[in-house]
Design a protein around this ligand. Structure first.
Ligand SMILES: [Zn+2]
Length: 178
């Protein structure tokens, strides 16, 4: 592939990842979670998608008190971003975190009734004042959610991109640059 075409494809991919309308829409697979990480200039966005089955043990609307409290606990943990996700290097400061709770009663309540499979999604954004020095991140998702066997990470950073499979023993993710 010629260099210029490669460059344009890279930019196109970046734009699609940054501005895709829904937050991460990865396949639904029990035991597997998906992450996207994009660094563009000083803006770092990390998205995580986990199945409800893996984190609360069910995917139907919560009914019992213990179901409801299981969901609340997951939301609480996902909100405490630093408990499970910490960028390394780059002086990144968290700006926002948005959680998509599949069980939230929405105006579109029909959707909730018809729930067969459900995913929790989180989108965390950071401003990294020294983004050239971002070398990776520490991740503790699988310490909290033992049912997740692996996390498929797609990343775009510093003109490089890659796909990394994160297993339970891999807490310190580092990007491999050329
Ligand atoms: Zn499912």
């Amino acid at each position: 592939m010629n260099k210029r075409l490669g460059c344009w494809l890279f930019i196109l991919c970046l734009v699609v990842m940054l501005y895709s309308s829904s937050i991460l829409a990865a396949p639904h697979q029990h035991g597997k979670a998906f992450m996207n990480l994009v660094l563009e200039r000083n803006e770092l966005i990390v998205e995580l998608q986990v199945t409800a089955y893996d984190v609360v043990g069910f995917e139907k609307m919560p009914v019992t008190e213990s179901d409801v409290s299981a969901v609340e606990k997951v939301i609480e943990l996902l909100n405490k971003t630093k408990e499970w996700l910490n960028p390394v290097g780059g002086l990144c400061v968290q700006k926002s975190s948005v959680i998509n709770n599949p069980f939230e009663i929405s105006e579109d309540s029909q959707k909730n009734e018809q729930l067969n499979h459900a995913d929790f999604k989180v989108r965390v954004s950071y401003t990294c004042s020294d983004s050239e020095k971002l070398i990776g991140f520490n991740l503790r998702v699988q310490e909290y959610f033992r049912a997740i066997n692996e996390i498929e990470l797609q990343w775009i950073i510093h003109d490089a991109q890659g796909l990394t499979i994160i297993d339970r023993n891999n807490h310190e993710i580092r990007f491999n640059y050329e």
